[in-house]
Design a protein around this ligand. Structure first.
Ligand code: ATP
Ligand code: MG
Length: 421
């Protein structure tokens, strides 16, 4: 029997890569805390109906990509294909209520797609939702959080695309204009776009098909159909982005297909990712809370695909090796027992300590100490064990000294300074 492999489109995140993930998570937590966004963790499985209503059956995500199954109680359950629907369901279910709610999340999501670089069937998202205000400052606040996160991670040359999809009547009028413009070309559109002409015509605007793109290039622009209120909202968003010196490109083909998406839509792209260039997608969804059975509540948010961020960080090639204070080398029964105890005590005092468990010759253990990136190496052999001492060697200078084990533990403040804690 062969060994079992991970499912296609899923991946193991190995210790060799985990540094990038932890860097992203730590940076995100820090930025969210400073803007007083609080973490929320909705479940991974939900009633299928939540996603049908919250994302829309006409979307690819729900129509074609969802992992749906019947559980043993014959309920239709789906693995979440994104997090916003679950967050909004939780918001309604727990009556989080009036005022502005600033939430963030991270976790795995699932979509049955064709896997490739930056495209998987289980992938991770990190995202924010700002629920409770229609103020354009909220749109700009969330965009600023996304750009700050990417910047703090050292990612440059990313492009922010911006659009407004208007609201209610504006979009209804635009939709009609678009359908009447596209209908004569129906047979020339790609297959998906032909289907969308009735169900979800706005989505045709971001078709990746070449000929469809050419046709769409001459279509009327959504921006010309914005009513006064939408126009004002969009102007204010652009002005505030300017005040924050956040560069953006207007992209009238950037859309969110469904009716509860309103006003601002945006995406952040990295050319260096090729086909799967979109790192962050977001926008305003003033109609969603009501669509899911809550009180009419405006909201805006975004989601970032973490695998794509990891690819970008790998392109930068700047992973920092994990920091290690002590590498502890020992040999012989008494020595190894003392080393185990010393390691645990040093950890208690706040140091990171790697204990060599190989039992190999000292020479081999020293080689591993060299490779470990430790600040210092501690050695206990038979002689040290006998005298309850330890040999401390600083890796950078190769300076050595013999110290009583008990004394080492009273010098922790001095050691911490030398190790730049
Ligand atoms: P795409 O056009 O790349 O399919 P999308 O519009 O489906 O993206 P969203 O639903 O807006 O993506 O999800 C937000 C982010 O999640 C995307 O910008 C992307 O970074 C990431 N993402 C989406 N699908 C996948 C996937 N299958 N594998 C990895 N990351 C993904
Ligand atoms: Mg997609």
């Amino acid at each position: 029997m062969g060994a079992i492999q991970a499912l296609r489109g899923t991946q193991d995140i190995l210790p060799t890569e985990i540094g990038y993930w932890q860097q992203i998570e730590a940076t995100a937590r820090d930025i969210f805390a400073k803007a007083v966004y609080q973490e929320i963790r909705p479940p991974i499985i939900e009633q299928t109906e939540l996603f049908e209503r919250g994302i829309g059956e006409a979307t690819d995500v729900v129509g074609k990509e969802m992992y749906t199954f019947r559980d043993r109680g014959d309920r239709s359950i789906s693995l979440r294909p994104e997090m916003t629907a679950g967050v909004v369901r939780a918001f309604i279910q727990h009556s989080l209520g009036a005022g502005v709610h600033r939430l963030w999340y991270t976790g795995p999501v699932f979509r049955y797609e064709r896997p490739g670089a930056g495209r998987q069937r289980q992938f991770y998202q990190v995202g924010v939702e700002n629920i409770g205000t229609q103020d354009p400052r909220a749109d700009v606040e969330v965009i600023a959080l996304a750009t700050q996160l990417l910047q703090d991670l050292g990612l440059k040359s990313l492009k922010l695309d911006l659009n407004s999809v208007g609201q209610g009547e504006d979009r209804q009028r635009y939709r009609e204009a678009l359908v009447s413009f596209l209908s004569p070309y129906k047979s020339e559109l790609d297959k998906d776009s032909q289907d969308r002409l009735d169900r979800n015509p706005l989505r045709i605007l971001d078709s990746k098909d070449k000929r469809t793109q050419e046709i769409v290039g001459d279509a009327p622009s959504l921006l010309e159909y914005l009513g006064d209120e939408s126009r004002q909202h969009f102007d204010r968003v652009q002005q505030l982005l300017g005040d924050l010196s956040i560069n953006y490109h207007l992209n009238p083909c950037l859309v969110r297909g469904l009716d509860y998406y309103t006003h601002t839509a945006f995406e952040i792209k990295a050319e260096s990712l090729g086909n799967e260039a979109t790192v962050c997608g977001g926008g305003r969804y003033d109609g969603l809370v009501a669509e899911l059975g809550g009180k009419e509540t405006p909201a805006v948010g975004w989601a970032i695909g973490m695998e794509r961020l990891v690819l970008l960080l790998q392109q930068l090639g700047e992973e920092k090796p994990p920091k290690l204070d002590f590498y502890l080398v020992s040999r012989g029964d008494r020595a190894t027992a003392q080393a185990l105890v010393l390691a645990q005590k040093l950890r208690y005092f706040g140091f990171s300590v790697e204990l060599d468990l190989s039992g190999a010759a000292f020479g081999k253990q020293f080689k591993r100490a060299d490779r470990s990136n430790a600040m210092a190496c501690l050695v206990i052999g038979d002689a040290e064990a006998e005298n309850q001492t330890v040999n401390l060697k600083w890796m950078a200078t190769q300076k050595q000294e013999a110290i009583a084990q008990s004394q080492l533990l009273t010098m922790t403040d001095t050691l911490k300074k030398q190790m730049k804690h």
